[in-house]
Design a protein around this ligand. Sequence first.
Ligand code: HEM
Length: 77
Amino acid sequence: MPTLRNVAVTAPYMHDGSLATLEEVVEHYDQGGRGHPDTDPLIRPLGLTPEEKSDLVAFLRALTDETFLTDPRYAPP
Ligand code: HEM
């Protein structure tokens, strides 16, 4: 599983970049994935409320480290 640090600034998501926004990622998990035949039975639709979904997106955005992102030591030369 990839790190979620600064995930708000690393769209698109998943190994194939198939999800454009964090809202789409949360929607993907809420649907229990894409119905692949090998999906573990523990991965299933979550039934999240709209508020729970926006709370999850807010949590993911809270993992943004502005100090790191704006540190001149990591800026392009
Ligand atoms: C609602 C719950 C979850 C949230 C909000 C969440 C969030 C995320 C996000 C934002 C990414 C994209 C990271 C990126 O592309 O940089 C991701 C990828 C991933 N997550 Fe989750 N995750 C959840 C549940 C899970 C669970 C239950 C598992 C394992 C059982 C899991 C395993 C993974 C894996 C393997 C990836 C990489 C997938 C790929 O690259 O195609 N996640 N997750």
